[in-house]
Ligand binder design. Structure first.
Ligand SMILES: *[C@@H]1O[C@H](CO)[C@@H](O)[C@H](O)[C@H]1NC(C)=O
Ligand SMILES: *[C@@H]1O[C@H](CO)[C@@H](O)[C@H](O)[C@H]1NC(C)=O
Ligand SMILES: *[C@@H]1O[C@H](CO)[C@@H](O)[C@H](O)[C@H]1NC(C)=O
Ligand SMILES: *[C@@H]1O[C@H](CO)[C@@H](O)[C@H](O)[C@H]1NC(C)=O
Ligand SMILES: *[C@@H]1O[C@H](CO)[C@@H](O)[C@H](O)[C@H]1NC(C)=O
Ligand SMILES: *[C@@H]1O[C@H](CO)[C@@H](O)[C@H](O)[C@H]1NC(C)=O
Ligand SMILES: *[C@@H]1O[C@H](CO)[C@@H](O)[C@H](O)[C@H]1NC(C)=O
Ligand SMILES: *[C@@H]1O[C@H](CO)[C@@H](O)[C@H](O)[C@H]1NC(C)=O
Length: 503
């Protein structure tokens, strides 16, 4: 999996506008605390409290800062394996997730930290805002991803280059209707935004309400001639529903000439990409307002004999290999009295998803996290994924199904209960919870057919020793001493060879 990210230049710090009534999107002003979030125009960001349980909050003193950038949440605990937001969503829904960062020297340092970002258990990139920050800019990243369950997790994590606390300034989720980008199989892949450009523009970025999905379209201009459109398009007639405003201008060239555009402006890592290009004949509608040309990408046919009318058209490829610098070349058909034209383009890197831990195990682990009074701060998001960022004390197997095989929170002095749902972790080999302050009964564990070692010593468990412990074929250690238990060990275990029991 590629760990390379794309930094989108935020020339004007983004102005997100959002309909307050839409429950399918979230605009979170990270670190806003008890206060309401920021409002800019119609847009309303709310605090991130309630979506995350870890991290500290602070505000920047920098004058004239866009309000959403002036507070942030940061994560000083360098032993936590990830820091996760968990956000209620529509299961199976497709979301555009946007993370925004502005360092502002919040920790007294000179350089922003470099760290990973993880969505739904898949590492989707590295956050490195060093260059933007040096230029006085904020940075943002986007990924389009399907929600695997009723919540979506977005986590930050340290990596080997992380030298100070990771942080985040804003987090947005925008629901994308089913028809958008639907040629991608979102059960296997996510799309990381590389560029979303409107050609021939040099003004502000286009966003909500012009784009009802709150996507950001950035102006892209080169030395080619620019034309203005003389008729409006209908967004719903196009694949991916681009905003009408994205068609106001276009890049063109004169009759008979080939149009060349170096786009996207950044050099790309070798990978597969999703590309969609948007075209409209800019002239007033008439029986003759159409033009025909070939579309090439780095010398390869992207689309031949494209007939572009005043109604416009989208051309896309859902998998296209690219690397390094890229060039779009539009070659007019012979005898066409006008040159080619192009209005807008989008390009995403396709990243494979890292999989998902077995749903039943995830549900059981989430129940443990709820019943333990103060589980480790990284007990949030996927318990096993990414592999390097599993929950503290949790070990997993990464076969066909990703399963929890060991839970070890020895000696944490943590109060709480051990819920019966622990028995749903049927791949568990080792359960070590000694040296805590867990109380209540020990649940029935007869379904843990793989369990080899059970350490519940030195807690405050009471009641009877569950007789289902007699049904564990693999068990070789049972430590239950220093509790308030009564009863006796199950008779099946009395003469079991190689079994070590302490009560
Ligand atoms: C937060 O917003 C609500 C409604 O928008 C308002 O009633 C309330 O007074 C605000 N609270 C603060 C602390 O600004
Ligand atoms: C972060 O907050 C915790 C408690 O909320 C506090 O104990 C800790 O000192 C804070 N860390 C920093 C670096 O401010
Ligand atoms: C930091 O994280 C580790 C690992 O999750 C946890 O054991 C520890 O209690 C955390 N420390 C604080 C101060 O929260
Ligand atoms: C972060 O970006 C800066 C500027 O582009 C670069 O010099 C630095 O090597 C990058 N850091 C890492 C760890 O990749
Ligand atoms: C994708 O959406 C378009 C436009 O709504 C629709 O015509 C097409 O059938 C959809 N394709 C898939 C694979 O769902
Ligand atoms: C392009 O489309 C227009 C409108 O549908 C049509 O009138 C014209 O003949 C087409 N041109 C070619 C070369 O196919
Ligand atoms: C554990 O399994 C039982 C029986 O299948 C089920 O009723 C329960 O909801 C599961 N617990 C969790 C947390 O999913
Ligand atoms: C569980 O953790 C304790 C303390 O860190 C360690 O001594 C023990 O070996 C661990 N158990 C397993 C099965 O890894």
């Amino acid at each position: 999996m590629s760990l390379i990210i794309f930094l989108l230049w935020v020339v004007n710090i983004p102005f997100f506008v959002h309909s307050q009534a839409d429950p399918r999107g979230y605009l979170l002003d990270c670190g806003a605390g008890e206060k309401n979030g920021s409002s800019i125009g119609d847009l309303k960001f709310t605090t991130d409290e309630g979506f995350i349980n870890v991290g500290n909050i602070t505000s920047l003193k920098t004058p004239n800062l866009v309000s959403i950038l002036s507070t942030l949440r940061y994560f000083p605990n360098d032993s936590a394996r990830k820091y996760c937001y968990v956000i209620p969503v529509i299961k199976g829904g497709k979301y555009l997730v946007r993370t925004t960062y502005y360092y502002g020297g919040f920790d007294g340092g000179q350089e922003p930290p470099v760290f990973d970002q993880i969505v739904e258990g898949t590492k989707w990139g590295v956050v490195n805002t060093t260059e933007d920050y040096a230029n006085g800019l904020g940075s943002y990243y986007e990924v389009m991803v399907m929600a695997l369950g009723k919540t979506l997790s977005l986590c930050l994590a340290r990596n080997e280059d992380t030298k100070s606390s990771p942080f985040i300034s804003a987090l947005e989720l925008e629901y994308m209707d089913d028809s958008l980008y639907n040629s991608t199989d979102f059960s296997k892949y996510a799309l990381v935004t590389v560029a979303r450009s409107t050609f021939g523009d040099d003004g502000d970025s286009i966003t909500f309400p012009d784009d009802k999905y709150n996507r950001m379209w950035h102006p892209f201009k080169d030395s080619n001639p620019v034309v203005e459109s003389h008729s409006n398009i209908t967004p719903s007639d196009f694949w991916n529903v681009p905003p009408a405003k994205a068609f106001h201008n276009a890049i063109t060239t004169s009759r008979g000439k080939t149009l060349k555009i170096e786009w996207p402006p950044t050099s790309l890592p070798s990978a597969m990409y999703y590309i969609s290009l948007y075209f409209q004949d800019n002239r007033s509608p008439s029986p003759y307002s159409w033009r025909v040309f070939d579309v090439f990408l780095n010398g390869k046919n992207f689309f031949l004999d494209l007939n572009v009318t005043t109604n416009g058209v989208t051309v896309y490829s859902n998998q296209w290999p690219l690397s390094g610098q890229n060039e779009i070349v539009l070659t007019p058909a012979s005898a066409i009295p006008v040159g080619p034209v192009i209005n807008a383009g989008e390009i995403f890197q396709i990243i494979p998803l890292g999989g998902k831990t077995l749903t039943r195990d995830v549900a059981a682990m989430e129940e443990l996290a709820r019943k333990f009074n103060s589980p480790p701060p990284d007990w949030s998001g996927d318990p096993c994924l990414p592999k390097e960022n599993s929950w503290t004390g949790v070990t997993c197997s990464y076969g066909e199904h990703i399963r929890v095989v060991a839970v070890n929170l020895t000696g944490m002095r943590m109060p709480g209960l051990l819920p019966p749902d622990v028995a749903n972790l049927t791949a568990l080999n080792h359960l070590w919870l000694g040296g805590n302050k867990l109380s209540g009964n020990i649940p029935e564990l007869g379904s843990l057919k793989e369990l080899q070692t059970l350490h519940l010593e030195d807690n405050q468990f009471e009641g009877k020793v569950p007789q289902s412990l007699g049904q564990l074929p693999e068990i070789r250690e049972i430590f239950l001493q220093d509790n308030k238990l009564n009863g006796h060990i199950p008779s099946e275990l009395e003469n079991k060879k190689g079994l070590s029991i302490q009560m």
